[in-house]
Design a protein. Sequence first.
Lengths: 602, 455
Amino acid sequence: MQNRNRLNTSWTNPCGFCLAWLLYLAGVALGQEPVAGQQAAELLPPTAVYYAEIPEPDKLIGALLDHPLRGRVEELEVWKRATQTPEYFQGIVGLRIVEFALGMEWRKALETLAGAGLYAAFDPPTQGFAILARAPDEKQLLTLRDKLLTLARDDAKRNKRPDPLQTREYRGVTAYEANGSASAVIGPWLVITNKADLGKAIIDRHLDRPQGTPDAPASLAQLPKFQGAKNGSKRATLWLFADIEAARASGLAPQAYSGKADNIIAEFLFGGLLDTLKQTPYATLSFHLTPADARLNLALPHQSQWVSPAREHYFGPNGSGSAPQPTPVPETLFTFTFYRDLGKMWRRADELLTQKAAEELTQGNSGLSTLFGGKDFGEEVLGLLGPQTQLVVTRPPAEEGYPRPAVRLPAFALQFEMRNPEITRRELRRTFQSLVGFLNVIGAMNAQPQLELDVEKLTAGELVTSTYLPETGRDVEGEARINFNFSPTAAFADNRFVLSSTRTLARQMITAPKGEDSASPAGRVVNTSARLDAGFLKAILGDNRGQLIARNMLEEGRSREEAERQIEGLFGIIGLFQDAGLQVFTDEGRVQVELSVTAAKE
Amino acid sequence: MAPSLKSIDPEWAWSPFVPSAEQPWNRRLAAHLRRRSGFAGTSAELDADIAKSPSEAVAAICTAVEPAEFRIDMAGLARPSLAGGDARKLPAWWLYRMLATPVPFLERVTLFWHGHFATSAAKVTDPELMYRQNELLRRHALGDFGQLVHDIARDPAMLLWLDSATNRRLHPNENFARELMELFCLGEGQYTEQDIRELARCFAGWEVRRGNFRLNPEQQDPGSKSILGSTGEFSGDDGVDLVLRQSAAPMFIVQKLVRDFVFDEPAASPELLEPLARQFREQGLKTLPVIQRILSSNLFFSRHALARKVKSPVDVAVGFLRALSGTTNFVKLAQDLGELGQDLFFPPNVKGWDGGRTWINSSTLLGRANLIKGLLDSGATRFNGGSLRDFLTRQGTSDSQAIVHRLEELLFAVPLPPAARAQTVELIDRKTGDWEKHLRGALHLVCTLPEFQLA
């Protein structure tokens, strides 16, 4: 009891909560036998709302530092420059000094301290942050701790400062306090926290190993939602748990749980998650890293009945709406496919958006209505379209009869499904023709070339094309105006309506074979999917290399040689990757957002 | 001491400057020459100049030829700016060219002609045409003024600017004819309204089609015209030649050259200008020999010229960067110069920029200080590719007195006031904090002085 009172410090400063802290300060255990096999979550109070774990830190470091692409990274000019700065050399020298004092290299020191896991948590009742590092070997941990203490004290002596460490006792555990934070070693655990109460709570759980119940859990590990989160997650390189229910109750960031989006774009992209956030008990974030790829996954428990009728546009009836497969066309840079009933979203925007955003949309609505010949944009334009939509962006295909422009912009096509093709096709064709006329009027006012309308019949469907007429003696091959990146085209095939920036891409879209269904796991409904191909990104940037170099010269004031090196560095970085993807899907009672990046093959 | 401007002997004025014990040829005078002929000189350029005689130094500046590789490189840099179809991209390109060129004299004279044949992209809108005009000005900047006028008369950007995209025989556009005489060749009072109407008939059928000049034979006026005392069936080219043959033409041009290269005010008298005008006329309106004579002259190196011009915004910024081997974000710089009243490719009207004292008012003075601060605060601003500290150290100037002396020599046409000098030294000598920051602060401090505005 006496010890309890003595460890009543004011650990208020959260600074120093980083890995470097581990290398600077360590604590020691006195007279207590550790309880074997405890998990970090068993040491933390059930009130902790945020929890993170890296179960194998050495593997994470190894995956980064020993990656097969490391050689290519080190060949990059940007890397070479970064590792030739005085600051970098100072850092390396400092690190070598510490390694010398510890008698081991830093990776070995990190493994000794946290080789069996590294954990962090935030506990709102105490306002405490805690870092828990689990060592594979307690004796080595203590030896390393002693060296760190000596290092800290020797450094203070050399600089004629007082002993930086103050000693506190609690239930036989000695804690070392410095800079408002304290640490202690309990069994294989090194614990660092900024709040005494949280530190005591951790020591109590380590020593007492209290048994709680689902209604009255004694630790975070016994919290049913934490258990649910753990059971629903695969072992990850980095895993985070957030108690959304508690966060909602705390009143922090209420707009995140209001169910209303700030603007129509946010509603389009993430609207479905807003209703889930209002109800879901927790969220997990997993990061998986392998030599081949990296994946970041956000998962929230989700039930289709949580989705309000106004937001049915997002997941579809009973959550069954799925994104279409992207149409396979040559040299595809980017695809974005999604299920959204855009007409329904537009019509019910008042219920989905904040008041301010809804008012702004109403103003925009009247402008769009004018543009579309007095039609109601939500009802009579978007309402004609079905919910399965895709955007395809490609490296610009060669356009017959066109000079090659100096700036080569990617070609893009939006593919919609028409609800009633017989009626919708005529409406959309007429609207497209009106739009081209409108563009010609604007173009004429700005001395821009004019678009010529034409119709092209194919077996697969019909194209309504518009092309710029090359100007004799004006546009030189390879140096033509930026306009020649475009030949706006509307294409119609069965129930598909394609709006494309170029005639060739429109033709490719309607003549391509149907996209093959990818092998999604059973029960998974992919709502949104995006993929970026790094190879074609690099190719398109390569097409515009001169532009990029010129821009770098003018905006950064560099010489051509310097600018070329910069751009080559950019290409080198892109060359490290194969592709990147994003998916929003529902699966096993959860809604998940997954971001993935695939490394380039060696 | 040189006599007052009114009593100056014109022959003495334009005779070659010969250094004397009273006025030795030194880095200060070399800096004056570099400022006027090419925005500013670097320390190395000043060293090279004083190793020669003044005339040799001027000759080296005037006869330097831009390497073909540089021209190709700059043309390549312009293409992406043109490709987007936005004329707003061009000012940054030209500023880059002004700073990167090994022949700044050529850019300085091209800028003079840009102000003389002022054409604005605000109306022309097609950047390709503005770029072509800029190249035209550069091509003829130091050559035959007559040929320059002939080419300008057929320049699509100029014709669009002066509403001559279509020019019908029954309703010939008088704008170009008027400006040809009033602004480009003769000046006010040298022609009548009847001359304008008759000269305009010569240009009937001179049109622009798809960005190119076109002579429309159906719209040409083959009839007899009476212009400036001559009568005949003059074509457009004949009309230009008639104007160029007027005795007022050489005087008009040399008067503008002297104002641009020697002093803003007072206006030089016809008597003072006569030797230059005579040379210009006798040498077939060749520009380079006249400018070379101006830059070599007694008057140019006299107290009548030293610090007797107000720097234009371009002179301020490009001079600052050139003197210190600096580079920066040229897109941002172009915007800033536009706000200070010198929007390259966008002159305010057909008369161009008034220049002189009109550059300065309470607002632009503050803006100029902010311009320099913006340059010094920008992460893109580097001096010889690095920090100001490294640049000055490599120049062998590492103590505060030497640094201030160097800055004064490179950037100022007059000595720094003692109080400002002491304050600057004190700022550099501060022991605490980041020395690079102190150096940039000191540089900003001296550039806020009224003396910095003089060239």
